[in-house]
Every structure is written in C-alpha cells, then in structure tokens.
Design a protein around this ligand. Structure first.
Ligand SMILES: Cc1cc2nc3c(=O)[nH]c(=O)nc-3n(C[C@H](O)[C@H](O)[C@H](O)COP(=O)(O)OP(=O)(O)OC[C@H]3O[C@@H](n4cnc5c(N)ncnc54)[C@H](O)[C@@H]3O)c2cc1C
Length: 510
C-alpha cells in the first residue's frame, strides 16, 4: 500500500487527497489550523463567520471545474446559483453587472462597451472554452520531463482531433501566440472596456492587460459564465465538503498538525514531523504550499533544482483585508453580494477593492439582523514587513489608514457602510502569514504573465506540489482542478488506473 502524506488542507491538497484516497491509496492530510480551506477558509469571530480570503465561489456551471469535481467525488455542493456574479464600479461611476446568464451578459456588455467590441468577447469565450477543456484533459503543465512531454503531445493531438476535428489544428498557432503575448494586443481601444478588463484580470490573474497573457486572460475573464453561487456557511464550506469526501474514501484529515520538517530516511521513505510531536511515514509527500515554504520544510534535503524556487516573485501580491460586521438595515434589499470598486488607475496597490456580503438567508454567517462583510485589496508585501519588523507604530498607523481607505472605497457600492459597521477587523500580509503560514503572506500565486511561468508540480520522484503556485493557478476551482491533475500524474507513475465519473476524461488516457 502506498502511503501519501499531504501537507495543508487548502483546495489543492484536499482535491488531490480525495482523488488518491478514492483510488485506494493510504492518504493522510496534515493541516496546521483548526479548519480547512486556507486562503479559501471561513473563520469564526464574535458570532460572525468571515471568509478569510476568497469570497466568490465559481465553477458550478455544467462541465465547469467544481461541477466536474463534485461529480468525481459524489459531492452535492448545495450551491444556490447566483444571477449576478458581481457588480463592477468603474472610476467614473459607471456600473457594469456581470450576469451569469450568457444572453443577459451579452446585452449588458453591449450596453456598457458598445457593439463594436463584440468580436473581442466572442474570442474570449471561445478561447476560454478551449483552455478549460484542455486543462481538464491534459497531463502536467509545464512538462517537466520527456514523459510529460510525450503525454502532453499525445493528449493534445487526441484532443484536437477528437474534440475539434481537423478544424482543431487551426486553433494551435493562435493559442500559442496568445500564451506568450499580453491581452492588450487583443484589446480594442475602448477606455471603459480596458478599465473593466484590467480590474477583472487583477483579481483573477494578478496582472492587468499590459502584462497578463491573452490565453490565460480569456479564462480569467470567464468567471461568471462558469457559474457563480453561494454556499451556506461561506467559502470554507467547499473545503469542508472535500474533507468529508477524503474521509468517505478512507483517507484521514488531521487538524492542529503543523509540519515543521520533512526528511528522507535511509530506507528511502519520508518522515514528516509536526510541531505537535507526531511523526508520519510516507512513500510520497504532496505539499499544498508555496515553494518558499516547501524549501523551509525540506531544509538541506531540498532537491537542487528546486532550491532556487525559494524566492517570492517580485511582482507577487499580498492582500489587505477588512472583515466587518454590518447592520442589515443599511443594505437595500436588492444589493448584489459581490462588488468590485475601481477607485482610480493604477488599480493595484489599494485602488481595486473587492467587497463580499454574506447572503441574508445564511443564518450561519452572522447574528440576527447583521451581515458579514469581507473587503480586500492588493498590496505590496515589503512595506508591511519592513514596518512590522522595524517600526510597529508606523505599521499600526498604516493599518488604520488602509482600513479607512477600504471602507471609504466601499461607500461607492454600499453607501452608508462606514456607519453600518459595528465590528471592524483589519488584516495585513503579516496576518495572512500567521493564519495560512504562507511565507510573507504572498497570495494569489505567480501573476499570469506568461503561460510557461507556471511551476511544474513535480519536485522529485516522490515529492509533489499542489495549490496556486502551479497550473492552472489561483482560485478555489483552479487549485482543486490542479490537485486532481497532480493526483492523476502520481497515480499514472504508480501504474494505478485513474477512475473518472461522467466525464470527458474517460476518453483521455493519462
Ligand atoms: C484576498 C484573497 C481573495 C481571493 N478571492 C478569491 C475568490 O473570490 N474566489 C476564489 O475562488 N479564489 C479567491 N482567492 C484565491 C484562493 O483563495 C486561492 O487561490 C486558493 O484558496 C489557494 O489554495 P491552495 O490550495 O493553494 O492552498 P492555501 O489556501 O494556501 O492553503 C494551504 C493550507 O496549508 C496549511 N499549511 C501551511 N503550512 C502548513 C504546515 N507547515 N503544516 C500543515 N499545514 C500547513 C494552511 O494552514 C492552509 O490551510 C483569493 C485569495 C485571496 C488571498
């Protein structure tokens, strides 16, 4: 029996665990915290359940990642599908609603940006369909050895011919070009469209149209078409359902187990040690962590090729958060649950503010008559850490300035919200590091500037990485899909058959 230890119960680690446990491997997930989900977890504070980072649950449309994963693991997400994915507020006050219904969204975008840019949206939708389809079928990306490359070529060829016929080959040159050129080269000249696209890319690709590659951008702009919904109990309920699935398939998930070292023993097995004094033996270890954390745990045993991955990319982001408990009376009945407020350009570092309210029907999220609100913005990591380490007063000062800045930006979407807030909790990258253990609070994975920039999941023959540092990158559905892909690669390496349910993947031999 192969023993697999997975470090971290984020979306990536749990999805990998469910797939491996379902295939009959002996799986143990070790999670430092008392709940699952990591950046997509939900924490309890003074009667509220606040989404810690991720707030928008997407990917429930038929065939979309969470729909597919739900079918694989017999999970009923019990999602209430939303009509509005979010309301976007442009700097000059123009509002654009991202409807989940395809025709309604088409009418909305034509009213907001004109008919002349319709070709751009048609390109975006058809390219996103191809990319998601490919992500479901293809093995590891980027290929890390000849076997990956051979598998990729075989699946790609089969995919092109089976799914798209001879016409498929005509997509390839355009897709390859889009993988390495920024979206700006495809964007028609239209200031509102560009602002809207830049805002959306910042939250879904961690880069704007000047640098985000066009191929990834097509999928990043596809969020609302992928089916957005709300889950009782908040985002963390998604991870909880994956925990249930892992346990149902015979795997274990242990909380309050913070791993502090992973060592290869003389017999070739790994010993995974936790701060709580427990040791776990493993044939294979999967890290649901960013590379810098992995290097720290492996220490001198870090494979040489992986050592250089210990730095956080210079363009990587942190998040500044405000968690607020608000009085429901201040909110009009038809208030959208998600808003993006674009204050002014450049949007990054505090000028793109994302707000999410717990639904009024969700009694688990807040005391009666109140609602849980999470507000977030992109921020650079260095200044927070510098002040935290050298000038604690200035750190606290900056924290209160950012809190006010976010609350005042939120007024554009929810007028009166400043007065309605009865409880306000700020969070900086330092807070993020404390609660998710992600080094320096780096979140969102690598900005999607170049498709080949993604790290491969294979660290060595028996060490693997899942989560938002690998393809297909950040977001709960993306990391969960990535986790299943990595589990499939591991199963293939162990010559175990991969079981799929109701899926186009039945045809793909991985
Ligand atoms: C502010 C913000 C807003 C976001 N908004 C959205 C959104 O609206 N929708 C969306 O889909 N995505 C969103 N995302 C992205 C999404 O949250 C992440 O891409 C995703 O959750 C990352 O998952 P992961 O698998 O990489 O694991 P992580 O979330 O990084 O979880 C890793 C887990 O490992 C545990 N761990 C760490 N070190 C150890 C150790 N030594 N021992 C044991 N356990 C350990 C941590 O406690 C954690 O539970 C957002 C992210 C942020 C930060």
């Amino acid at each position: 029996m192969t023993h697999v230890v997975i470090i971290g119960a984020g979306g990536g680690g749990l999805a990998a665990a469910a797939q491996l446990a379902r295939a009959g491997l002996d799986v143990t997930v070790l999670e430092a915290h008392i709940y699952a989900g990591g950046s997509a977890g939900t924490f309890f504070h003074q009667g509220y359940r606040f989404d810690a980072g991720a707030t928008l649950a997407g990917g429930f449309a038929p065939g979309a990642p969470l729909d597919w994963i739900g079918k694989q693991f017999e999970i009923d997400w019990q999602v209430k599908l939303a009509e509005r994915a979010m309301q976007v507020h442009l700097p000059d006050g123009v509002q654009v609603t991202r409807w989940t219904d395809v025709e309604r969204w088409q009418e909305e975008r034509q009213a907001a940006f004109g008919h002349a840019v319709e070709d751009f949206w048609l390109w975006q939708e058809s390219t996103a369909d191809l990319l998601w389809d490919f992500a479901l079928r293809s093995p590891n990306w980027p290929p890390q050895n000849w076997k990956d490359l051979a598998g990729l070529s075989r699946v790609s060829l089969g995919w092109l011919l089976n799914s798209h016929g001879a016409r498929g080959s005509s997509f390839v040159p355009g897709m390859l070009k889009d993988a390495i050129t920024p979206l700006s080269s495809r964007l028609p000249h239209n200031p509102h469209l560009r602002q809207f696209v830049d805002g959306q890319l910042l939250i879904a690709a961690q880069a704007t149209s000047e640098s985000a590659n066009a191929l990834y951008s097509s999928a990043a702009l596809d969020l609302s078409r992928q089916g957005v919904g709300h889950i009782e109990g908040g985002m963390g309920a998604l991870a909880d359902k994956l925990v249930e699935a892992v346990r149902r398939y015979g795997g274990e998930v242990r909380f309050r187990q913070e791993v502090d070292a992973v060592k290869r023993m003389a017999n070739g097995l790994y010993e995974v040690a936790t701060r709580q004094g427990k040791n776990y033996r493993a044939d294979q270890v999967i890290f649901n962590l960013p590379p810098a954390n992995i290097v720290e745990l492996l220490g001198e045993g870090t494979p040489k090729g992986f050592q250089k991955k210990q730095t956080i990319p210079a363009d990587g982001w942190g998040a500044f958060m405000v968690y607020a408990g608000v009085d429901e009376d201040f909110l009009p009945d038809d208030t959208a649950l998600h808003h993006q407020v674009l204050v002014e350009e450049p949007f990054a570092e505090g000028n793109s503010v994302f707000l999410s309210l717990g639904p009024s029907w969700d009694q688990k999220r807040a005391p009666s008559g109140k609602r849980a609100l999470t507000i977030s913005t992109h921020t650079n990591l260095d200044e927070w850490w510098h002040l935290f380490e050298y000038d604690r007063r200035a750190y606290e000062q900056l924290k209160s300035e950012y809190t006010q800045r976010l609350l005042s930006a939120a007024e554009a979407a929810l007028p009166g919200i400043g007065k309605a807030a009865e409880l306000v909790l700020p969070g900086t990258p330092v807070t993020f590091q404390r609660f998710t253990r992600r080094q320096r609070g780096w979140v969102g994975g690598f900005p999607q500037t170049h498709l080949l920039r993604a790290w491969g999941p294979r660290i060595s023959k028996d060490l693997w990485m899942v989560g938002d540092s690998i393809f297909p990158g950040q977001s709960f559905p993306a990391v969960a899909l990535g986790g299943v892909r990595v589990a499939n690669s591991l199963l293939a390496e162990l010559n175990r058959s991969v079981v799929f349910r109701e899926s186009p993947l039945e045809q793909a031999s991985i």
